[in-house]
Design a protein. Sequence first.
Lengths: 353, 353
Amino acid sequence: MARLKSGDRPTVKDVAAIAGVSATTVSRVLAGNYPVATSTRSRVMRAVRELDYVVNAQARALVGGGPGTVAFIVRDLVGPLFAHIGQGVEQQATAEGRLCLVCTHHGDPERELEIIELMRQQQTEAVVLVGGGMQTESYLQRMTSIAHSLDKAGSRLVLCGRPPLGDDVPATVVEYDNEGGAYAVTSYLISLGHREIAFIGTSEPVHTTTTARLGGFTRAHETHGVKIIPERLLPGSFDRDSGYLQTKALLAKRIRFTAIVAVTDMVASGALAALREAGVRVPQDVSVVGYDDIPLAADLTPSLTTVHIPHEDLGRIAIKLALHRDQHGLEQRMMLGTHIVIRDSTGPAKSRK
Amino acid sequence: MARLKSGDRPTVKDVAAIAGVSATTVSRVLAGNYPVATSTRSRVMRAVRELDYVVNAQARALVGGGPGTVAFIVRDLVGPLFAHIGQGVEQQATAEGRLCLVCTHHGDPERELEIIELMRQQQTEAVVLVGGGMQTESYLQRMTSIAHSLDKAGSRLVLCGRPPLGDDVPATVVEYDNEGGAYAVTSYLISLGHREIAFIGTSEPVHTTTTARLGGFTRAHETHGVKIIPERLLPGSFDRDSGYLQTKALLAKRIRFTAIVAVTDMVASGALAALREAGVRVPQDVSVVGYDDIPLAADLTPSLTTVHIPHEDLGRIAIKLALHRDQHGLEQRMMLGTHIVIRDSTGPAKSRK
DNA sequence: TTTCGGATAGAAATCGTTAACTATGAGGCC
DNA sequence: GGCCTCATAGTTAACGATTTCTATCCGAAA
């Protein structure tokens, strides 16, 4: 007689004891994959309700059943782009019957590694790394070895919005055309007559996102035969403050410019604020473009011309590819398109007297 | 001789076989909680590295060890306030050595219940429900029964940003002063001379967040002896479109108003856009206030007067209380303060002719 | 020399569930 | 009537790790 100590949660055995059957039968009633007499079934169900029994997912997982999990590893949860990618990841994971773990590393590579190790212990089916990463040699090397470790353990490293590690590395990669977007938006500015364009947000150490965006910026200049001067390349992070401060600095140093390409919309937003304070009109005096197309980009004043990233698709496709990687025909490397969204923060270059 | 089939992940037994010891010893070396000869230890460690072994968290959990998990259940991941609360939840969970599951229900109460059930199976230590909820009788009843179920299973229902279910219900509740914030910001408008204030975002069925905010709005009017007319109470959801459309409607219907209280900043943002289109100046002609203090509130034009919610604290405290609920002196019900942030979207009421 | 105890290591039980075997009775067929 | 099969339910092993409980060896104390 399995007397149930209060505080302990009931097990199949407890249910079985009450229903007067074996544990196997309880399991079969719940799974419904084996014939059970109707009377038995109802007795079991009554016992289940009486005890308010639920299976122990851990025990079930051990023996092979139960929902798998997918991990979503991100710098921070705040910030509009992570949320959208996360939305895509969570949606697709749920649609595929998986649970979704979330972890943040706040930009600390050590912490990122710890988290991945933890996910390996958790038997996670896929580990999605979101956003750009460092590009140092040692970091890439460690990532590569992690990809192999996860692969051996039946899991999968997924790089979302970050370039591939190499051809022989077992990882799923879903990128967006970061460089192309920067190229397009810069070309657009050049076509409007701008020749003195500042870029806010170069970074050190080298970051994949920055590199790609700056790369597109540079290529557009080259294609159209416009020279870039280093004074117009300003460092900074991805946040609003960076845009504000760097724009202030730009104005203070009296460097000539007719347009600003900001590395993110948040940076652009800071730039707009700084320009407004300085009495510089946008877009009459200076054009400003951002990158990301965050939800409020259209609500800034003036509304912001920017590059749209298919955030949610990025997350969704990442999960889909990773979970169905055994199916033939599913390429494990995918590049999604970006497109520029023209709003009111850009206009013809002021003809310099 | 435990020959390792490729594709299977290594177990303690495999490590033990290679190191020439028993599984027990491997476990002890890894846990470090029992004396093991130095030579044995190093042989085991070598085998661990050779196989790239990691423990199976599921198996470990079954026998009591391993990190616990908390679940974070939310309407959507996008939307600034959820991200911030999530950030708080994740941070605190990580700090307490817990993993963090995340699920979305898109406003579907059925789905919400399914998710909670799933979390109970997962032996989650705490289930955090974020944001307001429906206030229908049946919903509250089901929530109450869930609270008891989770409690019996050693888990904990946590209500974050939502009023308590009742005194005898085992749940942790962390609220913010929703009603007080609305009262304060409405009082502020009244003190500026506004007497004709519209509220955008009443909802049906009754939603806790809306109810509280509208409640504060109403109380402020009563306190200051100002009458509310139903025409100035407009329905709508929490998003930008709602604010835009309702403001358009308000203008079209030629209802007199000198100020708008929007149920969220996103709604306020839509209202600002509609007013701008109509050539109504803010704050000279009409004042606008929001609620939430989203990151870009300061970047709207004009910058938005709003009510600040301590989002991150909300999430952090929710987890802290839930995980340490056994410790005496920790109240399982907490109300955090809100405060209004005065920016440029509010000004004195235009003296009517 | 005998015995006691500390230092190590292994065997076996345990966690909760499922799945592969077994076992039992009833009913149909020759 | 004997045999075979189907329906149903129970036994037992397995999943991978931890944790008692034992067992051995060796040096020290008596």
